[in-house]
Write a protein that binds this ligand. Structure first.
Ligand SMILES: C[S@@+](CC[C@H](N)C(=O)[O-])C[C@H]1O[C@@H](n2cnc3c(N)ncnc32)[C@H](O)[C@@H]1O
Length: 302
């Protein structure tokens, strides 16, 4: 009998069982115990694979220590896998204010639920070693798989949605017009909502006269970069996000001078915004093409 005299599992809804996953346990309906155990074993296997990558990274770090660039500048590193990069940063005790993750996982085309979790949970675990605020972008149907599975050190601060109307579509069904972004936060993660206030609201807040907090909405309406829309911002990188959807994430979680990490940097949007906000940024990607586009955009040579 556990402490407090309560039988283990007592008080749970009927028809549910427990599946113990090392340090913590979760409750699932009896009918799901099989598939859930399989999924968790896969996740644990991949966590240990991630740790092996981390050891390898530790061996190479003496050769290539990661240097934090000065505020208002960015460095672009790679090609390197995102989890390995985050493990290397953590191993080198580099602390950032925020990690932005945009791996653009296409759940339908790849192996599905277990594969998404086994890749993404270790990625989040590694990110939580580096920064107290983490943003994870994805299609809502992919990101939804994470609900209740993100590392226990993180809590869901917000489910953000980017809404766009200008997607060209041949679909006979619903036209896709949204992407999701989970804001996950460690207990020590700082937020700066006052950065969104107007001068007037800031003055009122100072005098404690601001009745309603003027914090930003959790849905951003911004068009996709295509055709003539923000042509000067377009790099030609197919999955490039508008700076306007990354900017609120960094404004909410950084102050000028803070370090921002994006290990799936694509065309370098996070870096461009971080520089504009006076932050330092370390970007990386596993694709050589993405690294070339980012370096050109941020005018960096190797
Ligand atoms: C959607 S794009 C990122 C777009 C970026 N936010 C932008 O605005 O340009 C996804 C990027 O993640 C990279 N990527 C995906 N999985 C990765 C991984 N496991 N490790 C490193 N890079 C990864 C891809 O190579 C690709 O460049």
């Amino acid at each position: 009998m556990p402490k407090g005299g309560k039988r283990e599992g007592a008080g749970r809804p009927s028809g549910t069982g427990r599946y113990a996953e090392s340090a913590r346990s979760i409750r699932v309906p009896h009918s799901l115990i099989g598939p859930v155990s399989e999924m968790l074993s896969e996740h644990l296997r991949s966590v240990s694979a991630g740790l092996r990558v981390s050891e390898k990274q530790v061996r190479t770090k003496a050769v290539s220590p990661i240097v934090v660039p000065p505020a208002g500048t960015a460095s672009v590193i790679g090609p390197v896998d995102a989890t390995s990069m985050l493990c290397a940063l953590a191993d080198q005790k580099i602390k950032a204010a925020v990690v932005v993750l945009d791996p653009m996982y296409r759940g339908k085309q790849e192996a599905g639920r277990a594969a998404y979790l086994s890749e993404t949970v270790p990625l989040l675990e590694a990110a939580a070693r580096v920064a107290p605020n983490i943003f994870l972008w994805g299609f809502p149907e992919s990101v939804a798989r994470l609900v209740d599975h993100w590392p226990t050190s993180l809590k869901l601060e917000a489910w953000l949605t980017w809404f766009f109307k200008n997607v060209p579509s041949r679909s006979k069904s619903w036209r896709p017009s949204q992407q999701a972004c989970l804001h996950l936060r460690r207990r020590d993660g700082k937020l700066y909502p006052e950065r969104f206030y107007s001068e007037r609201h800031r003055a009122l807040a100072k005098e404690n006269k601001l009745e309603f907090k003027m914090t930003p909405y959790s849905v951003f309406e911004q068009p996709l970069l295509s055709g003539f829309i923000r042509k000067s911002e377009q790099t030609g990188f197919r999955m490039q996000k508008p700076e306007a959807v990354i900017e609120p994430l960094l404004r909410m979680t950084t102050q000028p001078g803070d370090l921002v990490i994006d290990p799936t940097c694509g065309s370098g949007t996070t870096g461009a915004v971080a520089i504009r906000l006076g932050c330092a940024a370390i970007l990386s990607d596993r694709s050589g093409h993405a690294l070339r586009v980012s370096r050109k955009r941020l005018a960096l040579s190797r």
